[in-house]
Every structure is written in structure tokens, then in C-alpha cells.
Ligand binder design. Sequence first.
Ligand code: SF4
Length: 196
Amino acid sequence: MDEILACEDTRAKSLLLQCCCAPCSSHCLTVLEDKISITAYYYNPNITDRTEHDKRAEELKRLVGILNSEFPGADIEYAEGPFEPEKFFEVARGLEQEPERGARCAKCFELRLRETARKAKAEGYDYFATTLTLSPLKDARLINEIGERIAREEGVSWLCSDFKKKEGFKHSVELSDKYGLYRQDYCGCPFSKRGN
Ligand code: SF4
């Protein structure tokens, strides 16, 4: 990610950033806000509980408002995809017992990134990316492999990242405390809630 942003002036470019939740997005948005024009895109059909889904969406929207006030010129936009848990259950079928970081998660990443890439392509964004690489529980190498493959298939550029580097996760915890963000204690799908 640093390499792409460093080798060209991206301030006039646009990024559709798939955001899983406000806490993870806090670090990602603050490191990117002065480098590229960002739309924070909440698309998470893996969060199949409607109350939880909407709570995380509202918290992300609140965070975007805070950052736009705190960083003059940030101008981060917010967009929300549909609530469609049936799409998650379809890709997770037969993988319900997989542990976190297993085969179900790869399908879950693909579902969210495919939709983000298609929206980015349809709406003329220069790049798409995700906040998912922030979590120490998620494999950034796998996420980037999936993102790059989808980029080739959908014809839109992937912004490679590993947001957990340079103490990104620690920074997200600090920002979550600072802004009083809701921090959920499970990844999102009902199988992760069960403690798999
Ligand atoms: S544990 Fe998280 S990444 Fe894995 S399938 Fe469930 S919601 Fe998706």
C-alpha cells in the first residue's frame, strides 16, 4: 500500500474502502485520509443479526463524521450496502464448523470484496481496498491474494494493504477509546459468535 501511495500523487484519486466496523476503520481512515479521496463502504452480509449489523453501521457513520470534523479537508464519504445475510449463508454452506481463519473466512472475504470491486467499477473509483487486514486474526496475505484476483476479474485496481503493520491494531484500540467506539467481541457471523 505504501508503495502505491508513495509512487504517485493519489490525492486526486478515489478509493472505495470496504469497512468491517468502526474500530478497525479508525486506524485505516486516519492513515489514508490525506492521501486519497475515500468512501467508507459498509458492506457486511456476514453480520446476519440485523440489530448488530445496523449498530456497526451507525457506529461507522458516526466515526466518519468525527474524522471529517477533526481532520480539515478529510471529506470522507459514507456508503452502505444492502443487508443481505442470505448471500453469506449461501457461501458458508457446509463450512459452518470451520474455525476462524479457515475456509469459511476466505469465502466471506471474497463475498465482501467482490461486491466492493463491482461497485467501485460501476461508479468509477480508481481503487478498492478493505480494512480487514487490520485484525491480527486475519491473514493479510490471503486477503491480498483474493483482492488481486478479483481486481483482475472485475477490471478495477486493488490497493494492497496490511494495516496491522506499524502497530496499526494498537492504534485502532487507542482511537476506539478516544472516540468511545463500540467494540464488538466477535467477528460477525453467527459461527464466530459461538466461539468457533
Ligand atoms: S469468522 Fe469473520 S471472517 Fe470468518 S466467516 Fe465469520 S464473519 Fe466472516
